[in-house]
Ligand binder design. Structure first.
Ligand SMILES: [Zn+2]
Ligand SMILES: [Zn+2]
Ligand SMILES: [Zn+2]
Ligand SMILES: [Zn+2]
Ligand SMILES: [Zn+2]
Ligand SMILES: [Zn+2]
Ligand SMILES: [Zn+2]
Ligand SMILES: [Zn+2]
Length: 262
């Protein structure tokens, strides 16, 4: 939806509002110091030159990366907005990001799209995005554009169930990479696991809630990704995240150990 330009009055107004704000941000003194301090190679002149809609394939030389989405700008295929003097370019599709954003991860205040180089996203920790959604009231709350618009549901490869986004910043255990996370995550309500957004492309194998296996005489029950670590009774190593458990004799086994024939 974000990349569509709707012709209704409100949308046009909104896009114009965004551009005017970016224009103001782009040529504010804050930006000047950021550019001058961080990158002497970028020529920056202090006189105002508005971001114009330009055909990027008419721009000579290297276009660099879009200041909003951080993806390479391929001049041949993309239109965009930019300032040739500053080599400051953004995709046309990225210009429709709303200026104001009410996001469930920060329900108290409205977030505003602003230029903040080097500040880390509260969700993914990345600082590669120049534009971020910033809370004007809270000292250091930023969301990168990617995290601000994660899809609410996602179909992971190799997983039978749809994943749902938790739009809150919470500590969790990732089922994919097994690391601990702190931020938004996807979860499968059928399998009761949580996973990083970036790890939804990993194979997320469906685990049966109860298994009967040769490794143990009683049926084993799948336990949720607790933050405590137990010792696997099959291999002797520590568990991380989910494990199989026998309630009768407190037998603990890694997912793989419970399923391996031994
Ligand atoms: Zn872009
Ligand atoms: Zn400029
Ligand atoms: Zn982010
Ligand atoms: Zn706030
Ligand atoms: Zn992960
Ligand atoms: Zn599932
Ligand atoms: Zn084990
Ligand atoms: Zn048992």
């Amino acid at each position: 939806l974000l990349s569509l330009i709707c012709c209704s009055d409100s949308k046009i107004y909104r896009i114009r509002l965004v551009l005017e704000n970016k224009l103001a941000i782009h040529h504010s003194s804050e930006v000047q110091t950021t550019f001058i301090q961080s990158e002497n190679l970028i020529p920056f002149s202090s006189h105002p030159h508005p971001l114009k809609s330009i055909l990027l394939n008419e721009v000579d030389g290297y276009l660099g990366y879009c200041k909003i989405c951080c993806q390479r700008i391929e001049g041949v295929s993309d239109d965009g907005y930019g300032c040739k003097e500053c080599r400051f370019y953004i995709h046309k599709s990225c210009a429709v990001f709303p200026y104001e954003l009410q996001h469930p991860s920060h329900p108290k205040h409205l977030l505003l799209l602003q230029l903040h180089s080097w500040e880390k996203c509260a969700n993914c920790n990345s600082d590669q995005f120049d534009f971020k959604y910033k809370c004007p009231h809270c000292h250091e709350f930023y969301l990168c554009p990617e995290c601000a618009f994660l899809p609410l549901t996602k179909k992971a490869e190799n997983h039978d169930h749809p994943l749902t986004l938790m739009q809150k910043l919470l500590p969790f255990k990732c089922y994919g990479c097994k690391d601990e996370g702190n931020g938004m995550f996807y979860f499968c309500s059928t399998c009761s696991f949580t996973v990083h957004s970036k790890c939804t492309s990993l194979p997320l194998i469906v685990r049966l809630p109860t298994i009967q296996n040769a490794i143990h005489s009683h049926p084993l029950t799948l336990m949720l990704a607790l933050t405590i670590s137990l010792t696997c009774d099959a291999c002797g190593n520590k568990t991380k995240g989910m494990f199989y458990f026998c309630a009768i004799c407190s037998f603990v086994a890694h997912l793989d150990c419970a399923l391996s024939p031994s």
